[in-house]
Design a protein around this ligand. Structure first.
Ligand code: ATP
Ligand code: MG
Length: 461
């Protein structure tokens, strides 16, 4: 963060300074987790359902923090405000106004974090880049990310999530990106957003909030998703399409996927073409890579350098199609971070390519958040498991989703085992495993199946 005095912070957020006997300087970082407080930090004390940040004030001062931002005085140097989250937002706006980075906002139903990680790895070659950490993509995480920027920061890559209508509009007001990217519109968060059309509307808030083309606004849109294509009509920014079709400005040709799950293709941009072999596995990453390439192209990174960075890309966020090869030839694919119908299909397909005839054990838990479409999506998934010839399916959990999935897969000729929880799942798979098997583990995050993948990664466990 840029260095600020406590008075400057108080003025920026309309708060009052307490507990400071002399001048206090905040050099950052701004944190909400007391364990992350370091020298010079500002600790934002948030009152949550389980804990009250103010209770950790002594601990953060002891760790070297300069001050606390809270809703009541805490003894040491602090700025007191009515609403800490609003104040964090105002502070982020204040800092954003004093810096002049290229800001990129990106949203979509699936692949935001993956794409953000790829884009950051391209832009870092060009200059100092600050990108969203973990999935810090909401009204708290986004200000925290902006507050990590300083005068050296050239690129600010911001993941934006939409839990309800208006969320993206709010985040766009805070971040004011010149460049926006919409990845896709799909069945994630459909309950809170009101069906897929509601999701389209919520994601459409991003291109609508971009500056016009004459002021340097660019909307990078996925040509392969009709609901995203439609957003081109709702933005004043200059539109750049990426996709797999011949009409997309940035596109992939001759896509192949090898048995390690890595995709190769020729990247075409208006300024040239270059071969790419993605550094990370997953057929679905081609779309994410093209999105990152299109944004980087707008910023002026050459096609060769984009291709090199995509080929050298490493995993930054765990449990997203994380592949482990065990000494006994067993392949464990941990994609347990999250799941929705689109990412379930993508993972199944890539796992099938990687197996190349080896036996597949698929461990699936529930896809939550599908509302009244739960049965429809789980039964379609069960059929696909059968179509792709998966030998063994382990379904974890109870209720409509898992039960429909198990039944549909059984009907499609798959050998199905239903288990109540993740411990039972790990025990069963350990029993079933034979050398050279390919195991895919995936569910919505609530199912906590990454523990199953972790137990299987290490056969001694
Ligand atoms: N383009 C894609 N198509 C299908 N699945 C994808 C795609 N990109 C990523 N995935 C898979 O979807 C899951 C979520 O990926 P990621 O974390 O990148 O998405 P996200 O949009 O950031 O999710 P969240 O809304 O939780 O922040 C992972 O299992 C990942 O492997
Ligand atoms: Mg994310």
């Amino acid at each position: 963060m840029i260095t600020l005095t406590l008075e400057e912070i108080a003025r920026a957020v309309g708060g009052t300074v307490h507990g400071a006997s002399g001048p206090v300087t905040v050099t950052g970082p701004v944190v909400i987790d007391s364990r992350e407080a370091t020298d010079g930090a500002l600790f934002a004390a948030i009152v949550g359902a389980r804990s009250d940040g103010h209770d950790f004030a002594d601990q953060v001062y002891a760790a070297g923090a300069s001050a606390v931002l809270g809703s009541r005085p805490v003894g040491g140097p602090c700025v007191v405000v009515d609403d800490v989250v609003d104040a964090l937002t105002e502070l982020a706006v204040f800092v954003r106004d004093r810096l002049n980075p290229v800001v990129i906002g990106l949203t979509g139903s699936v692949g935001k974090t993956t794409t953000k990680d790829l884009l950051a790895q391209i832009l870092e070659q060009n200059g100092p880049t600050v990108a969203t950490d973990r999935s810090y993509n909401n009204e708290i995480g986004l200000p925290l990310t902006i507050l990590r920027a300083d005068r050296q920061t050239r690129y600010l890559v911001l993941e934006m999530g939409a839990g309800k209508p208006g969320d993206i509009t709010h985040l766009m007001r805070v971040a004011r990106p010149q460049l926006g990217l919409v990845l896709n519109v799909g069945p994630a968060h459909i309950m809170t957003l009101g069906g897929v059309e509601g999701v389209a509307k919520a994601k459409g808030e991003l291109p609508r909030a971009l500056p016009p083309a004459v002021k340097g606004g660019f909307a990078v849109l996925n040509a392969d998703d009709e609901r995203v294509v439609a957003m081109a009509r709702e933005t004043l920014a200059q539109v750049v399409f990426y996709g797999t079709g011949p009409d997309a400005t940035v596109r992939a040709e001759d896509v192949t996927v090898d048995t390690t799950g890595h995709a190769s293709f020729t990247l075409h941009t208006p300024s040239g073409k270059a071969p790419v072999r993605l550094g990370l596995p997953g057929e679905h990453l081609v779309a994410n890579a093209l999105a990152a390439a299109a944004v980087a192209g707008v910023i002026g990174v050459t096609t060769d350098r984009i291709a090199e960075a995509l080929s050298a890309a490493v995993r930054r966020s765990p449990n997203r199609f994380q592949v482990t090869e065990r000494a006994d030839g067993v392949t464990i694919i941990d994609d347990a971070y999250n799941a929705n119908p689109v990412s379930m299909r993508a993972a199944l397909r890539t796992a099938a390519t990687m197996a190349a005839g080896r036996r597949r054990i698929t461990v699936f838990g529930e896809m939550t958040g599908q509302a009244e479409e739960t049965a429809y999506h789980h039964s379609a998934l069960g059929r696909l498991v059968g179509e792709l010839g998966v030998e063994i399916l382990v379904v974890v959990g109870e209720g409509e989703g898992p039960e429909t999935l198990a039944e549909a897969a059984r009907d499609a000729g798959v050998s199905v085992h239903a288990v109540p929880d993740r411990t039972a799942a790990a025990d069963l798979v350990k029993e079933l495993l034979q050398p050279a098997d390919v195991v895919l583990v995936k569910a919505s995050s609530e199912a906590g199946l990454s523990a199953v993948a972790a137990a299987l990664r290490d056969p001694e466990n």
